[in-house]
Design a protein around this ligand. Sequence first.
Ligand code: PLP
Ligand code: COI
Length: 352
Amino acid sequence: MVNNIAIEKAKTSKIHEVDFDNLSFGSVYTDHMLVCDYKNGEWEAPKIVPYQPITLDPSAKIFHYGQSIFEGMKAYKDEDGKVFLFRPLENFKRLNKSAERLAIPQLPESFFMDGLHALIQLESDWIPTNAGSSLYIRPFIFASGNGFHASPANEYKFIIACAPSGSYFSGKVKVLIEETYSRAANGGVGYAKAGGNYAGQFYPTKLAADKGYQQVIWTDDNAHEYIEEAGAMNVFVRINDTLMTAPTNDRILDGITRKSILDIAKDEGIKTEVRKISVHELVEAAKNGSLKEMFGAGTAAVVSPISGFGYHGEDYTLPELTNSYASMLKKRITDIQYNRAEDKFGWRYPVQ
Ligand code: PLP
Ligand code: COI
């Protein structure tokens, strides 16, 4: 059920200008967006308006102090045209967890869920059906209130924008294990989906790209001894037949794909371990052949196989497997998302 969300419809649609057969990731946007303002100590009723630029005062605090958080989700269409979201309440809860850490006011659940539902219903023609495509959904909140004083703003905007999208990565990803820079520190904002966490990664990621790596694998900020996560993904490692991933902590984003993959792997009878994984262990396993696979997991990236990693000036290449965990797990999670398989965990959320 969608509770009365006011809708101002776009006069014309841009949908016919979009080449749905050649979608990149997140670069064309649908006709409408959801907007909700926080003013005078409360969130005002969300409304749907035509997709449009936002006007802000140059003193808006987002520009100066980076009070900005976001989420990433997808809408999927099945063969019969039915539309689904995947565990949307988890994104809502994480948005408010991020909001708390960035001193942004908590958003009411109904504003998020009803607003999201109404927007996806309205934009359902924009959900691509080509293999690997979906409607990427970007909910975000930022400080729109003014002032150079370094303190939380008194006004915010919550927006949901949508972009029909293809794959995030084309092909396998080669990663560099980071030894100098850190993404996050104990007591910091690493567990929040804060815009600044990504800005801080761009420079080290560019240095890695200059050396031929598409992503950085972040390590603990203390001694760069344990692997944590990649730019926009949690990381999984398969040593022999055990699948492992790092435990979440205040430096790591608690990924919804990560926890779903862990549940599916257990359901498949795969031995899983959530524990610290040292770079030393990874290098040894690569050398002795017990390192079978590595992959990243995230909403945008889904399950992205890692072809190899660089560390300390050496490159380690992973074997090509015919029956990889990555491809099996990707199939199982996308079959649930696209309504091609039974949803035994209750993760699908129909948008009717
Ligand atoms: N880690 C980071 C830093 C991310 O940006 C993302 C993407 O959202 C993830 C992990 C994966 O999280 P999720 O599976 O909830 O999309
Ligand atoms: C997502 O996976 O949805 C993300 O938010 C990653 C993003 C940085 C592209």
